[in-house]
Design a protein around this ligand. Structure first.
Ligand code: S3P
Length: 173
């Protein structure tokens, strides 16, 4: 039996925004792993990367995953790199349906281009970086129950699409 829903996927695929609306719709609690990392450290993601580097960020992320994996009736939005650690997904999978949100590089770029809070994309050409990372991570995000293309869809359309696609038979509600 599954009790919760976990959204994985690359940056800019809609995990947080979709997660918020989906959780309201299902009357589940909403958790955002990036927010929980910021709360725990008292630092913005940019500053964690700047001061302590990515490894430290990944350690805190793994701790939060362990804590949050115990929640029932939750929608959990992961960070774009949470699924890089297969242990994170294995832990979350015990209670949750794992959904991979995806979109093409150009759509992702349009969504994130005016946003300054993603340290991994701070570089001269973020579109090229997105394409490179999508290639490097292509096997990571398919470690899920199903994938859903959010390109060209509103948040509400994605939420409706997910509700239709989730196999509620295996889900304890
Ligand atoms: C990251 C994605 C970010 C955040 C951090 C690292 C990644 O989350 O966790 O900047 O490695 O892809 P979002 O996908 O919510 O932007």
């Amino acid at each position: 039996m599954k009790h919760s829903i976990v959204l994985i996927g690359f940056m800019g695929t809609g995990k947080t925004e979709v997660g918020k609306v989906l959780s309201k719709r299902l009357k589940f609690n909403f958790f955002d792993i990036d927010n929980l990392i910021e709360e725990k450290t008292g630092l913005k993601i940019n500053n964690i990367f700047k001061k302590f580097r990515e490894n430290y960020f990944r350690q805190i992320e793994a701790q939060i995953v362990k804590e949050i994996s115990k929640e029932d009736f939750a929608v959990i939005a992961c960070g774009g790199g949470t699924a890089l650690n297969r242990d994170n997904i294995a832990i979350l999978r015990a209670k949750s349906v794992i959904i991979n949100l995806y979109a093409c590089a150009e759509v992702i770029y349009e969504r994130i281009k005016n946003n300054n809070d993603r340290p991994i994309l701070k570089c001269q050409d973020p579109l090229i970086k997105i394409k490179e990372l999508l290639q490097v991570r292509k096997d990571v995000y398919i470690n899920c129950d199903f994938s859903f293309n959010t390109g060209g869809l509103s948040i509400l359309e994605v939420v409706e699409g997910l509700i239709n696609k989730i196999n509620w038979f295996h889900f304890c509600v």
